[in-house]
Structures are given as structure tokens and as C-alpha cells.
Ligand binder design. Structure first.
Ligand code: CTP
Length: 412
């Protein structure tokens, strides 16, 4: 049985930690919890103990706790440490290496992977102190899920809401999966070691004038999850992303661009690659004549007319790049009707090897949501995958890519 050490720190979102425990227990994951003083203002040790069916730890100085299960042992017994919610305070302490309570001491003493799910007011999240702490933690390999954008308890709006328990559960599943592979055999856990993967993600913004642009609603979640999953399997990953609000995926080199033309240039600059996964929702058109100054209204004047011209098709360009073509090129097809017919046609038209197709009619809840239900369309047929968290779709795809590259190499 996998086991996590769940650290619940202070914040109104701490109540969601109880739902997370319920989901993890349903997955068969053992949960030991540490409640900080701040966390205990929002959830009680009794509710955590009832749901985890284990003793809840909170004091560094409890003699009984130390003799039964010392702070080093607490982390030794776990496969993964999860801080949810992670307050600005605990993140700052982790970055600085401070140890003034049980939670921060365990976090400094551990050699296990750590996942944090930040939750705080948007101004605290965007404060340079928190931004610097997060950069330090990410640089040390700490995994991050969320925060999400939305309305907050303090009547403000922005990034800072704790990721939904299902999203934290999905991140935990994927990290535990990698950890178990790693225990089984380090080589099996890094089947993409030595390979270079190029991933596009997010929307593009096509300027109309210096202040306005054309865009779409892509969140970048699926593309970023794929970059993280490929890096998790040992690939060197270059992620070329349009403007998104989701955090950088751990382990990838990230190039931020705005327009389709910049995205294509960044992809070409990253060549050669063994595999390219084009998950970006690239704008099909850009404005033919961008204005270098802000377009002004004139009283009683007619509204401007935008003339559009086609953008380069990045997927098709990479798939037909001649000798430099990545061995495996994967595209996406978001469709609202005749999903498989359109996906097959797109695969042939764009010259890619695989298409990940999905049905994005609004009633499916897939666009912008946490779950995805896809078909893998290849030259040899169609596979229907079950409805899964986007991180698990990414994990499966990364595994399939590893297998396909091994087969291609063996046949070369
Ligand atoms: N794509 C791309 N560059 C573009 C347009 C699309 O790389 N300029 C890639 C996307 O990243 C995705 C796939 O092509 O992998 C999706 O194609 P899409 O734009 O949805 O389909 P279209 O070819 O535009 O066809 P349609 O709009 O008819 O669905």
C-alpha cells in the first residue's frame, strides 16, 4: 500500500484536506497527517483522525509522539509528502529551511518527493517573496499543484484558490505511480532518458494593436501535464507555451511566446527532437495589418474591419520537416461532431503519426475541466481511453511515446 504524509497548514481551504483524505483512502492510499497550529484553527485533529483512521501528529515536543514515531520516522514511513493546503508561511519556511514546528522540521528532514498545493490570498501569491520562494522550491524539485484562479474567501478574485481535491488526488496518483516504477527499477522509471521531447501548449495571442489581441480559451493544462509526464519519464523537455495561468511543469525548459509565428520559431530553434507533441490551441488566423498604435474610436465613426490571414500550421510544419522531422509527431483534435472521422482526416492532412482526439461539446465538460476522455488515433487504428484526470492522460501518453520510440529505434 502506498502511504503519504499529509501536512495540513493554515488557511480557510484546510477543510478541503478532509475531502482529499476521503479520496485518497478510496484509492487505497494510507494517510498519516500532521496538523500545524494554523491548520488546527480550521480543521480539528478529531476529524482528520476519523477520516485517516490514524493518529494525528502536531507537536514537535511531544515525548510520547517522539518515542512512538519521531519526526524523521514520519517522513521515512511515507512514499510522498503532501502539503495541502500550503500557506504562504509554510512555503516561505520550506524555501528558507526554517524548522520551528513539526511540519517544517519533517519537510527539512525528508528525502522523499514533496508535493505542495498552495492556497492563499492573490496578493500573497503574487508577492515577490512568495514568487521567489516558489522558484526556489521548484528549482529543488518540489512538485506543485495549483493554485487555481477564482473567487476567494476574502472577496477578491485571482490565483490563490487551493486546487480541487480531485486535482490534488490526480497529482498524488501520478507521483506515487512514478515512485513505484522507480522502486521497481530505476531504468524502467526513466525510459525516455537521453531523448528530447518538444511540447507546445496553451493558446496564442494575435495582436490587433498594442493593447488588443485575438485569443482562445485554452488553459494549457493538458499540454503542461504532458510536458511534466515526459520529464517524469526522464526526457529532456522543451515546452513552448502561449500565455497561460497554470504553473510551469516540473523538469521542463519553458519558452514563453505570444503569437503563432513566435511559437513556430521557438519550436524550430529547439530542433532536433525525438518526439513533438503539439497540444497548443494555435490561433488559425492573425490580423493582416496590425496597427502600431492603439486604434481609436472616432465619434460617429464606423467600427474598424479586421482582415485576417492564415497562421503557419506548426504541427504540419514539424511533421513535414524533412530529415529533421522528429521520429514521432503527435497532434490533437478537439472536435464537436464526427470526432473519429475528423481526427483520421486531420492525421493524414497534417502528416503527423498520432492524433489525440476528444469530443469538446460543452456538455462533456472537458474544455477547461480537470478530466479528459480521448481517443488515440494511429495509422493502425483507434483506441478509446476511459475518462481520466488530464495528468493521467498525460502519463499514459508519455508511456506510449516511450514504447513507440523504443520500437522505432529497434527497427531503425
Ligand atoms: N495546430 C498547430 N498550428 C496551427 C493550428 C493547429 O500546430 N496553426 C495543431 C494543434 O496544436 C493541434 C492540431 O494542430 O495539435 C489541431 O488542429 P486544429 O487547429 O484543431 O484543426 P484544424 O486543422 O484547424 O482543423 P479544424 O479547425 O477544421 O478543426
Amino acid at each position: 500500500m502506498s502511504r503519504i504524509l499529509l501536512i495540513v497548514s493554515g488557511g480557510i481551504a484546510a477543510y478541503k484536506a478532509l475531502e482529499l483524505v476521503r479520496l485518497l483512502r478510496r484509492d487505497g492510499v494510507g494517510v498519516t497527517s500532521v496538523l500545524t497550529d494554523g491548520g488546527a484553527q480550521f480543521v480539528t485533529p478529531l476529524s482528520l483522525q476519523a477520516l485517516t483512521e490514524e493518529k494525528v501528529y502536531s507537536s514537535l515536543w511531544s515525548l510520547t509522539d517522539e518515542s512512538e514515531m519521531g519526526h524523521i520516522q514520519l517522513s521515512r514511513a511515507a512514499d510522498l509528502l503532501v502539503v495541502a493546503p500550503a500557506s504562504a508561511n509554510i512555503l516561505a519556511k520550506m524555501a528558507a529551511g526554517l524548522t520551528d514546528d513539526l511540519a517544517s522540521t519533517v519537510l527539512l528532514a525528508t528525502d522523499k518527493p514533496v508535493l505542495v498545493a498552495p492556497a492563499m490570498n492573490v496578493r500573497m501569491w503574487t508577492h515577490p517573496a512568495t514568487v521567489a520562494a516558489m522558484a526556489t522550491l521548484r528549482g529543488r524539485g518540489v512538485h506543485v499543484v495549483g493554485p487555481e484562479e477564482g473567487a476567494m474567501a476574502c472577496n477578491e478574485y485571482g490565483f490563490g484558490r487551493l486546487a480541487e481535491p480531485a486535482a490534488i488526488q490526480a497529482a498524488i496518483r501520478s507521483l506515487l505511480h512514478h515512485a513505484s516504477l522507480h522502486h521497481a527499477s530505476p531504468a524502467a522509471a526513466r525510459p525516455l532518458a537521453g531523448r528530447h521531447a518538444l511540447v507546445t501548449s496553451g493558446p496564442t495571442h494575435e495582436p490587433i494593436d498594442p493593447v488588443r489581441y485575438l485569443a482562445n480559451r485554452s488553459s494549457g493544462r493538458q499540454g503542461h501535464a504532458i510536458a511534466a509526464a515526459l520529464a517524469g519519464l526522464g526526457a529532456r523537455v522543451t515546452l513552448v507555451t502561449g500565455p497561460v495561468g497554470v504553473p510551469d511543469p516540473p523538469g521542463a525548459t519553458v519558452h514563453r511566446v505570444e503569437t503563432a509565428e513566435q511559437m513556430l520559431a521557438a519550436c524550430m530553434a529547439a530542433f532536433p527532437a525525438d518526439v513533438a507533441v503539439c497540444a497548443a490551441a494555435v490561433a488559425d488566423w492573425r490580423v493582416a495589418a496590425q496597427s502600431s498604435t492603439k486604434i481609436k474610436k472616432t465619434p460617429g465613426g464606423v467600427p474598424p474591419t479586421l482582415t485576417l490571414m492564415p497562421n503557419p500550421d506548426i504541427l504540419a510544419t514539424l511533421a513535414t520537416a524533412g530529415p529533421a522531422r522528429p521520429r514521432l509527431v503527435v497532434g490533437f483534435a478537439a472536435e464537436t461532431d464526427d470526432v473519429l472521422d475528423h481526427a483520421q482526416a486531420k492525421r493524414t492532412r497534417k502528416g503527423c503519426d498520432w492524433i489525440i482526439a476528444n469530443d469538446v461539446r460543452p456538455e462533456t465538460g472537458i474544455m477547461g475541466g480537470e478530466l479528459n476522455e480521448v481517443y488515440l488515433v494511429t495509422a493502425s487504428g483507434v483506441e478509446a481511453w476511459p475518462r481520466l484526470p488530464k495528468s493521467e492522460v498525460a502519463g499514459r501518453l508519455a508511456q506510449r511515446i516511450a514504447e513507440a520510440l523504443d520500437v522505432a529505434e529497434a527497427l531503425a
